[in-house]
Design a protein around this ligand. Structure first.
Ligand code: PAF
Length: 282
């Protein structure tokens, strides 16, 4: 399997493939791969001639240095896991210096307000960091298709905006959330949960499903209130936010309309680990 660490070596490898008109499927990751990532890679394999997976813990998208330090880094294990799917997959695993040089700073982007909703309210500069690294990857690797999980639904909408607003030549493909049997959304952060935490964490998905039922007959604000109460009663969790939002603007719903699509979003801490999840409501 080819593993590249530098921009020069990976572009040298990709250039002849691009010149031959091969389609390139790209799965950006921060490593600590799980079945959710593997499902994105499988989709990329099915839809492209060449697949490239990046493994890079991007410092500029972390607003909390402790969170960045604690983020799991397991490159060897990740490569072994990728290899179980195919040894033709290309891995790009640069170090921070290769991407940012001596200045670890993000560029500033406008995502037409999407960046100020939900995660944007709690993670200052997060989406500028995501925009910066993806801009870099898209311009370096020139993928035909890039794959993103819906667990980070806000990120997915922001990446679509980045591409349309800044005229980037790549198709963005959203993929359904991959869940544990308990319903817990797969996430690299789950590795930091205690056994009890991991069992208790399925509470998020169960609550989302109940909220979906309630949304059939109740207003968005009533459902949000109900979810807030459930979390207040659960001693394992600290809820950061619950929001029911319209899927294109990500604005909190004031009045329901049959013509619009909504999702419910939650961010909550358990075992000092911040988890996010969301489901479609209609
Ligand atoms: O979703 C992630 O893992 C990251 O935000 C991404 C897209 C790899 C950018 O660093």
């Amino acid at each position: 399997m080819d593993i590249f660490k530098t921009n020069t070596s990976v572009t040298k490898h990709l250039e002849p493939l691009l010149n031959k008109g091969k389609t390139i499927g790209f799965v950006p990751t921060m490593g600590a791969l799980h079945k959710g990532h593997l499902s994105l890679i499988k989709k990329a394999i099915a839809q492209n001639n060449v697949v490239i997976v990046s493994v890079f813990v991007n410092p500029t998208q972390f607003n909390n240095t402790k969170d960045l330090e604690k983020y799991p880094r397991t490159l060897q294990k990740d490569v072994a896991l990728i290899q179980t799917l195919s040894d033709k997959i290309i891995v790009f695993a640069p170090n921070t210096n290769e991407i940012y040089g001596n200045t670890i700073q993000s560029k500033k982007y406008s995502f037409d307000g999407l960046e100020f909703q939900m995660e944007g309210k709690f993670r200052d500069g997060h989406f500028d960091g995501v925009g910066t690294i993806l801009d870099y990857f898209f311009s370096t690797l020139k993928p035909t298709n890039a794959y993103f999980g819906e667990k980070d639904f806000q990120q997915l909408q922001i990446v679509k905006k980045l591409v349309s607003k800044y005229n980037l030549d790549v198709n963005i493909i959203g993929c359904e959330i991959f869940r544990e049997a308990s319903g817990l959304a797969m996430s690299s952060r789950n590795t930091r949960l205690t056994d009890t935490g991991k069992t208790e964490a399925s509470f998020i998905y169960k609550t989302l499903l109940q909220a979906k039922k309630k949304f059939g007959t109740k207003s968005a604000s009533k459902v949000e209130e109900w979810v807030t109460k459930q979390f207040a009663k659960n001693k394992h969790f600290k809820l950061e936010y619950v929001t029911i939002a319209e899927v294109t603007t990500l604005k909190t719903v004031k009045r329901k309309s049959k013509k619009q699509k909504y999702r419910i979003f939650i961010a909550a801490f358990i075992d000092n680990v911040r988890l996010i999840d969301n489901i479609a409501l209609n």
